[in-house]
Design a protein around this ligand. Structure first.
Ligand code: ADP
Ligand code: DP6
Ligand code: CO
Length: 325
């Protein structure tokens, strides 16, 4: 029987209200709802085919052979759903730095969920794709959709999945990404958030705050209140990073240049140029602004950062199949 190959493309997403902590580590159920913006600039292409001649899964990332322990656990879920027992060939290309706090796990597992389920002969709905992607990486549940997306925490496998808030934004929003370090982080998101849950005395306050931030940002988005949306996103990110500093042992993803970029944003704001920052689990700073201000902001950032450290992103689309190149 000829082997069928499917290739999927998924974009990364940046959370404006962060997911930071799990109530169930096996099912990847989060402690709070989160909300993100899918980005056009960063994405993953993943190709999957099942092959009865394989003795184990084969996984190449950016043309380099990888360990298969984590991906095989995910592929086992797909095999169980499809009643399949053959292994798969998985080839993936990240058009985003891997494990650098630019959400490669989000685009990776969203693309893998679609490509692997199709290759296994499954036709999953988007909510089912979101549930499946979630099992690989929580943030991947949101990359099934474009634009603004909310991951509803739920209480079990069935009830925890993302929903689109607005897929096609009719809003001149953009995100400038200041790439401070593309290297792999020392503490993965998975390990960092678990350490926080187990040791930060501030975690209960985070849960309460995240809920309030989420409803406030949804209102700001609906009302197209950019300043309110940016303020809530920036403050929510800082609360998450404060948790890391309050863990034991304490840790931080910030580097000196991250703080310089944040201070520059604050200076621009004091001059009346409205822009706001957010950081995920990594040192790279993402600046939310209006398209009309982006060139002024970029000009100012160039006084401190090299041209190739500054990238411009807009709202991106949800996961889809693409033709194999
Ligand atoms: P990031 O900030 O990039 O999301 P994480 O701390 O979430 O970093 O870790 C990324 C995880 O995603 C790692 O386990 C890494 O191996 C996995 N990953 C990244 N890219 C891919 C890919 N294209 N296919 C499968 N797994 C991937
Ligand atoms: C800071 O989804 O990468 O980017 O579920 O353990 O794979 P796992 O973690 P991951 O965590 C993302 C954390 C974050 C915030 C967010 O994207 O909501
Ligand atoms: Co991640």
């Amino acid at each position: 029987m000829p082997v069928k190959t499917f290739t999927a493309r998924a974009h990364t997403n940046i959370a404006l209200i962060k997911y930071w902590g799990k109530k169930n580590q096996d099912l990847i159920l989060p402690m709070n709802n989160s909300l993100s913006l899918t980005l056009d600039h960063f994405y993953t292409d993943t190709e999957v085919s099942f092959d009865q001649t394989l003795k184990q899964d084969s996984f190449y990332l950016n043309h380099e052979k990888q360990d298969t322990a984590k991906i095989t656990r995910f592929m086992d879920l797909v095999r169980a759903k499809a009643h399949l027992n053959s292994f798969a060939r998985i080839n993936s290309i990240n058009h985003v730095p891997t494990m650098a706090g630019l959400a490669s796990s989000a685009s990776a597992y969203a693309a893998l969920a679609l490509a692997a389920s199709k290759a296994a002969g499954l036709e999953l709905s988007r909510p089912d794709l979101s549930r499946l992607a979630r099992r690989g990486s929580g943030s991947a549940s949101r990359s099934i959709y474009g634009g603004f997306v909310e991951w509803q925490q739920g209480h079990d496998d069935q009830s925890s999945y993302a929903i689109p808030i607005e897929e096609d934004l009719n809003w001149d929003l953009c995100m400038i990404v200041v790439v401070i370090d593309k290297a792999k982080k020392k503490i993965s998101s998975r390990v960092g958030m678990q350490l926080v849950i187990e040791t930060s005395p501030f975690y209960p306050a985070w849960i309460k705050q995240a809920e309030q931030d989420l409803s406030a940002i949804k209102k700001a988005i609906k009302e197209r209140d950019f300043k309110k949306m940016g303020t809530i996103a920036e403050e929510n990110a800082m609360k998450m990073h404060a948790l890391n500093m309050s863990a034991s042992p304490h840790f931080s993803y910030f580097e000196p240049a991250s703080i310089e970029a944040m201070q520059l944003v604050e200076l621009l704001r004091s001059e009346g140029i409205y822009c706001y920052y957010t950081l995920d689990a990594g040192p790279n700073v993402k600046i939310l602004c209006s398209d009309k201000d982006s060139s002024r902001i970029l000009t100012r950032l160039r006084t401190r950062f090299a041209k190739n450290q500054l990238l411009l992103a807009h709202s991106g689309p949800g996961v889809r199949l693409i033709d194999k190149k």
